[in-house]
Design a protein around this ligand. Structure first.
Ligand SMILES: [Zn+2]
Length: 175
């Protein structure tokens, strides 16, 4: 049984605006628009237009640092963006930590909303080479109200264009 049976939709307003913001603010994504994937005809939340895959490989140090900065920005701006869930992979000494970050009910986990919670190995292994973020609510035929969230692009672009915290910290140590 497919999780979405409402037919192939176009990108919901929130996904569309996220794509616009990332394309403006992240040079790696601007240079290769194919790194952002949304609609996919497989009866999933992607078919619904409610999800985005950002192809940044967690095993590539450059792509991983860009991905980490995007995830930090998405968490910082969650109150304005109202995404539902995010999945990606961290590596600790060569071992994967497969995590999801719940943003809205019904998602959640032992470590709480907007925190990295462990996810299954099966799901995690599919998310070593991309960030998945969605506005999915579990309804198989209807978009949730938060899929229509708009108006965060300017704030997100500004946040993504700030230097990452490690660089700010490093620059303080340079005489
Ligand atoms: Zn996905």
């Amino acid at each position: 049984m497919s999780e979405w049976t409402g037919g192939t939709r176009s990108e919901c307003p929130a996904v569309k605006e996220l794509r616009d913001a990332l394309t403006v603010a992240v040079p790696l994504l601007a240079a290769d628009p194919k790194k952002i994937g949304t609609i996919r005809n497989d009866g999933s939340r992607h078919t619904a237009g409610l999800a985005m895959d950002i192809m940044l490989d967690s095993r590539d140090s450059v792509e991983k640092s860009v991905a980490d900065d995007i995830i930090a920005a998405l968490v910082d701006l969650h109150a304005r963006m109202r995404w539902a869930d995010l999945i990606y992979t961290d590596w600790n000494g060569g071992k994967p930590f497969y995590f999801h970050i719940p943003g809205m009910p019904p998602f959640g986990g032992p470590r709480g909303m907007l925190k990295k919670n462990p996810t299954s190995k099966k799901l995690g292994r599919q998310h070593e080479n991309h960030i998945h973020v969605d506005w999915w609510s579990g309804n198989p035929t209807t978009w949730p109200a938060h899929a229509s969230t708009k108006g965060f692009k300017t704030a997100l672009v500004a946040r993504l264009q700030q230097p990452p915290q490690w660089l700010v910290d490093y620059m303080r140590t340079v005489p």
